[in-house]
Design a protein. Structure first.
Length: 249
């Protein structure tokens, strides 16, 4: 792994750890690459374009987190097999913890690999771990050296401007996403409550139609991005919401 190189007064070249701005920019680069990877998988699965991120912008922070951990923990290793194995463990742990924390924070499962072989509690599975291990090998040996050289060419002022601007955008996106997620769960709770009282009621009733009208776009995005999303206490509401969106499409 390559860090910023500084030259002292006597001409000695000194390796420096990257500053916070560089780390954030690398984090964003890998987050965008992860988002592109997810979108490409969606096309390969025949689903067309789907914004697969938890946030609305074109980035998946879980990929940025995993990549930075791999780069800084394994960047000095030379053995490809060791890098692959260690990276598979690190990235799998990141995905598992992300799934667990999101479930505890939002009372929902965003992805479920229970039908995949060699899965762990439906949060991670072997094929995904292998893919992440191979991708991490590419990151360490080919991608990160180029990212390091690229950010080393930028002036400190420019680095901080890019980092600060992107951090602000992500912060606003996170705030907007959480607000919409709370509203999304409100939609599910409303449907679940109404259908619990009137189980034979149709979702196309004028009141429910008006209620969903203002929330159609964001609700559709959540469901398309995470087709296996699950809220155990609101499953009937989620089921009916999916039916509503499918019928109008």
């Amino acid at each position: 792994m390559e860090f910023l190189i500084s030259t002292s007064a006597d001409g000695t070249r000194v390796l420096l750890w990257p500053n916070l701005a560089q780390l954030w920019i690398w984090f964003m680069m890998y987050s965008v690459i992860g988002w592109l990877w997810e979108v490409a998988l969606s096309f390969l699965q025949g689903r067309g374009f789907v914004n697969r991120g938890f946030l609305n912008g074109p980035y998946c922070p879980v990929y940025g987190t995993g990549a930075l951990l791999v780069v800084h923990l394994l960047g000095n290793l030379a053995n490809p097999l060791l890098i692959f194995l260690a990276a598979a463990v690190i990235t799998t742990t990141v995905e598992y913890l992300t799934s667990y924390v999101m479930e505890k924070l939002f009372d929902g499962r965003w992805w479920d690999y229970s039908d995949k072989p060699l899965n762990i509690n439906g949060r991670v599975y072997a094929t995904g771990s292998i893919a992440f291990g191979l991708l991490s090998l590419l990151v360490i040996q080919f991608v990160q050296p180029r990212f390091s050289r690229l950010t080393a060419l930028l002036s400190p002022t420019f680095l901080y401007v890019i980092a600060g601007t992107s951090a602000l955008v992500v912060s606003l996106d996170l705030t907007y996403t959480v607000i919409n997620l709370v509203d999304f769960k409100h939609v599910l709770a409303e449907l679940h409550k109404r259908l619990s009282i009137h189980p034979l009621d149709r979702i196309e009733t004028p009141r429910l139609a008006r209620f969903l009208e203002k929330r159609r776009s964001q609700s559709r995005r959540w469901i398309r991005a995470f087709p296996r999303i699950r809220f155990d206490k609101l499953e009937e509401g989620l089921k009916r919401l999916k039916e509503f969106l499918e019928n109008e499409s």
